[in-house]
Design a protein around this ligand. Sequence first.
Ligand SMILES: NC(=O)c1ccc[n+]([C@@H]2O[C@H](COP(=O)([O-])OP(=O)(O)OC[C@H]3O[C@@H](n4cnc5c(N)ncnc54)[C@H](O)[C@@H]3O)[C@@H](O)[C@H]2O)c1
Length: 433
Amino acid sequence: MNISIFGLGYVGCVGMGCLAQAGHKVIGVDVQQLKVDLINRGEATIVEKDIDKIIKEQFQQKNIRATTDHLDAVLNSDVSIICVGTPSSSKGHLNLDHIYQTAEQIGRALKNKGGFHVVAIRSTVMPGTNQRVGEIVKRASGKKRNQGFSVVSNPEFLREGSAVHDYFNPPLTVLGGDSEKAIEIMERLYEKINGPKERVDIKAAEMIKYVNNSFHALKVTFANEVGNICQHLGIDSHEVMRIFCLDRQLNLSPYYLKPGFAFGGSCLPKDLKALNALAHDLYLETPVLNSIEKSNENQKDRAFHMIEKSGKKKIGILGLSFKVGTDDLRNSPIVDVIEKLNGKGYELRIHDQNISFSRLVGKNKSFVEEKLPHLCKLLQDDLDALLQWAEVIVIANKNECYQGISTRKGQTIIDLVRVAALESKDQYEGICW
Ligand SMILES: NC(=O)c1ccc[n+]([C@@H]2O[C@H](COP(=O)([O-])OP(=O)(O)OC[C@H]3O[C@@H](n4cnc5c(N)ncnc54)[C@H](O)[C@@H]3O)[C@@H](O)[C@H]2O)c1
């Protein structure tokens, strides 16, 4: 395939060399003459393991060349990959000027080109950029999106220092587009790249890189805070994190990574508090660990405000225990929301298959007596009657009996746990989807 790459920095230079090595002809474009000259002498524009050799070989085999002339590059390629820089503005926002300039240049060049052209955005960009790039290319080229051209979001996951290896072995290849033809072209382009290829929604493709990098940053800072505490206690932090990483069921796994309601229960809140108190007693700053509880409280407030915003007063709560399959009410996050609603004069009825007041015992009973002394009056065993009565239905756990509930017209459904079967109902609102 004939490819043009816009931006010959880290991502562009590695992409150019690796695509050429995989059998494609690549024309690189940069606004910096210096980088164009380097490529045209068979030299890499960056310092990175293996890339010098690849660029030299591919240049000698006439598979790569570079230019400052975008028209030349677009006219002689079927796919244009945008790898230009996306720096931060002084206020931390993303500066997308280079992306939009490149879109304008590609669009103007496409005016003079027949056939279908794919524009792939490899740079890290905010959700909505794909659409804006499409509008710019459409205006500048006079062509219709998905007829004359298409825009595909294809974020890059390589890391500096192991960029060539990462290029050929990404965790996955993400392709977000709205044209089957364009996605197929991109899949062919990456035929020799290992790992799964995921066709996804455009905005999800744009979002993923930010989520990835923020999570990576969170991992680093979390491990560092754990390390600081361990060091003060004379415990080998690397040994602790080695053991931590051995747990692929709960720690390094998809578990606990579904957006939804706050965490609760008898362990997480208590043990998080204890670790924070320990760090405090050691005179250690642990801002990441410290902010977790605040974030959790924020999610409870969010649920409360959703109910408040409905403007309705008769609230039916489905699920009271802190998660499905248990009757444990200790630190159940919905209990805090109920308490607040109670205090504000809302009428409440609660259903939970695993809980009836007469069966409450031990810690659970004292927790309820302290937190919700009127709980026995609010609990209702008859789910249908509750559904008939309520103006707002709040789903707080994933009990199977809530999957197929029948709701009335005008009833608001506030879902904190994502019951897929209810999503198509009128007046359905998910807490974070
Ligand atoms: N560096 C990484 O490890 C990495 C990894 C994944 C994703 N990314 C993302 O990829 C993008 C590029 O990153 P990078 O590190 O390669 O940036 P870079 O700064 O090294 O290179 C960007 C290049 O784009 C060129 N450029 C700017 N405007 C241009 C235009 N209109 N036409 C042609 N060239 C133009 C610049 O001259 C520069 O050479 C960024 O969005 C970055 O966030 C980077």
